[in-house]
Design a protein around this ligand. Structure first.
Ligand code: 13P
Ligand code: ZN
Ligand code: NA
Length: 244
């Protein structure tokens, strides 16, 4: 059945688990995620990236909503990586349960203004708002260690960001990357995650980790123990589709 992302994350918070948010591109992807969630008797989030929305348009979102309603586990529909204001304003009219306001490419001040502005509009529609602080790297970025770590989420900035924007969920950068991890495996700053958790718990904000494809199960469990309540998964879903 269709639920609200707010309720999914609240329940996850209460019981100490995390919800998977899976990027979908088409009907097959939607059906696969729901079949897996039903098999696991687990809630799940269907998420649509702006570039997929450009292809699939309103019918793709309508399919997500219809599939959520038919499912026998709680499912919600989320707008992923809203980096463009115009696109995001359009998404607010499409019936999503929640949105990610992604100002991570902006300066802190600009990110705060952007996120605060969109959050208030999304909240007025009853949506949950996720936002990102710090900057997720891709494996192809070719950064030095210093440049890479400079993109990690800063605690003091995170406090200011949460206070000034009123967001519900915070996507953090602790060494997680979109796409593949290097052959040596992921190297997450779990100490930083712990500090971020102390902060978000105090503020009543849920922790989100993007780039979950490629994280070993043990590490996923550790992250859940350290408070992550939503994991974003794209690459693994897409790869299994392409291989099938
Ligand atoms: P992965 O492709 O690494 O799973 O990242 C997905 C993601 O963060 C979508 O927002
Ligand atoms: Zn992401
Ligand atoms: Na990844």
């Amino acid at each position: 059945s269709r639920s609200s992302t707010k309720e999914l994350l609240l329940n996850a918070e209460k019981s100490g688990y995390a919800v998977g948010a899976f990027n979908v591109y088409n009907l097959e992807g939607i059906e696969a995620v729901i079949a897996a969630a039903e098999a696991e008797e687990s809630p799940a989030i269907l998420q649509v990236h702006p570039s997929s929305l450009k292809q699939g348009g309103v019918p793709l979102v309508a399919c997500c909503i219809a599939a959520a309603e038919r499912a026998n586990v709680p499912i919600t529909v989320h707008y992923d990586h809203g980096a463009d204001k115009h696109d995001l304003l359009g998404a607010l009219e499409m019936g999503f349960d929640s949105v990610m306001v992604d100002g991570s490419h902006l300066t802190l001040e600009e990110n705060i203004l952007y996120t605060k502005n969109i959050s208030s509009l999304a909240h007025a529609e009853g949506m949950l708002v996720e936002a990102e602080l710090g900057r997720l790297s891709g494996t192809e970025d070719g950064l030095t260690v210093e440049e890479y770590e400079a993109r990690f989420t800063d605690i003091a900035q995170a406090e200011q960001f949460i206070d000034e924007t009123g967001i519900d969920a915070l996507a953090v950068c602790i060494g997680n990357v979109h796409g593949k991890y290097p052959p040596s495996g992921p190297n997450l700053r779990l100490d930083l995650l712990k500090e971020l958790r102390a902060l978000t718990m105090k503020k009543g904000v849920s922790l989100v980790l993007h780039g979950a494809s490629g994280l070993p199960h043990e590490l996923v469990k550790e992250c859940i123990d350290l408070g992550v309540r939503k994991f974003n998964v794209n690459t693994e879903v897409r790869n299994s589709y392409l291989q099938s």
